[in-house]
Write a protein that binds this ligand. Structure first.
Ligand code: FRU
Length: 306
């Protein structure tokens, strides 16, 4: 089971003069996308007992995502108010004292043996105590199973840039797979080109660094090689959840290829990486073609022309 641990929240997406509440959160979106693609998926994050908590549980159940490891909380669900400029999304987060933000390492459940990979990322890596809790989780499992991280950096959310940078450095050094967008790479290494920054991250420990570039497609930096995939051309509704869905495509494809394990990643092939890039970009194309983070089901992915 691929376990996803990180924020779920409600995206308040502009609609006319008002907002439409839609389930979201980077890691939640990845869990939903994995479940919809048919991968054996679990989710670990505090779920509020408020009505938005119920709203978040519905899609997880529909996508057959195992939520038995999710602690329940009397604190509120995080909200993200979204501004859209030509489909490009920006976020303002309301997470002070929320169910997710207040997760501590002591709240973490025992991780069962059936968990075969861990995916982390998003704004939950930024503040404490939840950021420290995720770090503790990674330390507990990383010797047994592969870890993928997508920091999905939201600069306005970061209050202590030095502490966050230090945390990302530790997490990237512990991770096997890293995904970064062009914006993430610019934030991390403003003096380098995206290519050079991604290649440099590869030297910090991960086996593969995935670099996404929106309509320019995606690349994988691996063992001295760069493997590229073109983006699928679609009419963009908004970019919410594109990277999150890409991550799920990558993980699902590596899982299907039987290489999503510590030993498996040691025998990665260019073909397996290409299949991962292709599934990631195809899945992301469907998500951007519709409002909010609404990842594709397996049949929708299969129906997308090559
Ligand atoms: O998690 C932070 C934000 O990023 C998204 O996941 C999109 O990538 C949104 O659903 C959420 O508001």
């Amino acid at each position: 089971m691929i376990l996803c641990s990180g924020e779920s929240l409600i995206d308040m997406v502009p609609e006319g003069a008002s907002y439409r509440p839609l389930p979201g959160g980077a890691v939640y979106n990845t869990a939903i996308a994995l479940g919809r693609m048919g991968a054996d998926t679990g989710y670990l994050w505090p779920i509020s007992r408020d009505s938005f908590g119920q709203t978040l549980l519905g899609p997880l159940a529909e996508a057959h995502v195992d939520t038995s490891l999710c602690p329940r909380s009397d604190r509120l669900t995080t909200l993200a108010f979204v501004t859209l400029t030509g489909g490009e999304a920006r976020y303002s987060f309301y997470d002070e004292g929320s169910a997710g933000r207040m997760l501590t390492a002591e709240d973490l459940p025992q991780i069962p043996d059936r968990v075969s990979a861990l995916f982390i990322g998003g704004i939950s890596l930024v503040p404490d105590p939840c950021g420290a809790a995720i770090e503790a989780l990674v330390e507990r499992v990383r010797h047994r199973i592969p870890v993928m991280i997508d920091p999905n950096i939201r600069p306005f959310f970061i209050q202590n840039a030095d502490a966050y940078r230090a945390r990302l450095e530790r997490l990237i050094a512990m991770a096997d797979l890293v995904k970064l967008s062009g914006d993430d790479l610019e934030w991390l290494m403003p003096d380098l080109s995206h290519e050079a920054a991604a290649a440099s991250i590869l030297t910090k420990g991960p086996r593969v660094v995935f670099q996404t570039g929106g309509s320019a497609g995606a690349r994988a930096h691996w063992s001295g090689e760069v493997i590229s995939a073109r983006a699928v051309r679609v009419e963009v509704a908004d970019t919410i959840g594109a990277g999150d869905t890409f991550n799920a495509g990558v993980l699902a494809a590596l899982d299907q290829a039987g290489v999503l394990s510590r030993e498996g990643l040691a025998r990665l092939t260019p073909e397996a990486i290409m299949a991962a890039l292709s599934q990631g970009t195809r899945a992301a194309a469907i998500t951007v073609s519709r409002p909010g983070a609404n990842p594709p089901w397996a049949h929708e992915l299969a129906a997308l022309p090559a």
